[in-house]
Design a protein around this ligand. Structure first.
Ligand SMILES: [Zn+2]
Length: 346
């Protein structure tokens, strides 16, 4: 509807701590992405690109003055970002679900998610992507862990939940209920790949589960951003046996890769999670395809950088995410062509 807004706020640390705590308890602060998820809110509280014709009426607002026309700086990493849309509850357009930051230390992933939002909202050339698709973007799925990488341990990967042992945190990307704990996951709470005491032990994974199930009829594509690769991975993670529709998944992955390579991205390896990277069970991408019903499910591993691979300097963000968006655009175009409906002819 005309006059809809997407508000973006970049929170300072103190506020972040408050919002994070609130989110963990699922209160009604619906402007916060994780709170919205945890409340299993309807699409009204999700994040979406909106009709191009509406974009002229939108304002992107920010609580800080970090530069750039939108107020969003893409040359630095952020502790936390909140993005909300006040409409969308009644939309029937196909959905592309994007999440980032399930692994705390992979800072380039939330940065890429924010860039996707910025392009969809502010760049007039993306109208085809916004016309017939709703984009639901979760920039930071694991805010506790993300915060911890800023305050305490740069290379922390897991959540920050207490465990039965002396160690803290669960690898949320081993916590989903599909071939859980079969391979590439640990039952040791001190391991970086600790799968949790049980499936869906983490509020973050439960939130994503509930969200996908609630929108299963509309979500046509799931992209989960990680680092580092560069890799474009499709299921399965739990086995090197490819899914029945692997040729479709592979072709689309290669299409997206070609688009970003043409824009200057490095060549990402395209293949199954287990085949092209390593075997791991209980991932969100496997679960989304097998249980959540999202046939097109991809794990996108952005390029390495910095000393540890997970820490490309902030000065490299724009150079990484700009060509990467062309892959996202190609994914979006595929969904628009195959599942979208033209708003212009409606
Ligand atoms: Zn990861």
């Amino acid at each position: 509807m005309i006059g809809s807004t997407i508000n973006t706020a970049i929170c300072r640390q103190q506020r972040h701590r408050h919002t994070q705590q609130t989110a963990m308890h699922g209160s009604g602060l619906h402007l916060l992405p994780l709170a919205a998820l945890l409340a299993s809110a309807a699409a009204a509280f999700s994040y979406r690109g909106v009709l191009q014709k509406e974009l002229n009426h939108q304002q992107v607002k920010t609580g800080t003055a970090v530069g750039g026309q939108s107020g969003i700086s893409f040359t630095e990493y952020h502790r936390y970002d909140e993005v909300s849309s006040g409409n969308g509850a009644n939309s029937s357009a196909p959905v592309i679900l994007v999440d980032a930051g399930i692994h705390a230390r992979e800072w380039i992933a939330p940065a890429a998610a924010l860039y996707v939002i910025q392009q969809l909202v502010e760049n007039a050339t993306q109208s085809a992507l916004a016309d017939s698709i709703d984009w639901h973007v979760i920039p930071v799925l694991n805010p506790d862990g993300y915060e911890y990488t800023f305050t305490t341990e740069r290379l922390w990967r897991k959540t920050r939940s207490p465990t039965s042992g002396e160690c803290v945190g669960v690898d949320a990307n081993r916590n989903f209920d599909f071939h859980w704990m079969e391979v590439g996951a640990s039952d040791d709470p001190c391991s970086t790949t600790y799968a949790g005491a049980e499936v869906f032990s983490e509020p973050e994974t439960r939130a994503l589960r509930d969200y996908i199930l609630a929108n299963a009829d509309r979500i046509k594509l799931y992209l989960t951003f990680h680092s580092y690769g560069p890799l474009i991975l499709y299921p399965w993670g739990y086995t090197t046996e490819p899914p029945e529709d692997w040729e479709t998944l592979d072709a689309l992955g290669r299409l997206a890769n070609a688009a970003q390579v043409a824009a200057g991205a490095p060549n990402y390896t395209v293949g199954t999670f287990a085949g092209a990277m390593y075997a791991a069970a209980g991932t969100s991408a496997d679960w989304a395809k097998a249980v959540g019903g999202v046939a097109l499910s991809y794990t996108l591993e952005l390029p390495e950088g910095g000393d540890a691979g997970f820490d490309p300097p902030a000065s490299d963000i724009v150079g990484i995410v700009t060509p990467f968006f062309e892959a996202v655009r190609a994914f979006g175009q595929y969904v628009a062509d195959n599942f979208g409906r033209s708003r212009l002819s409606a």
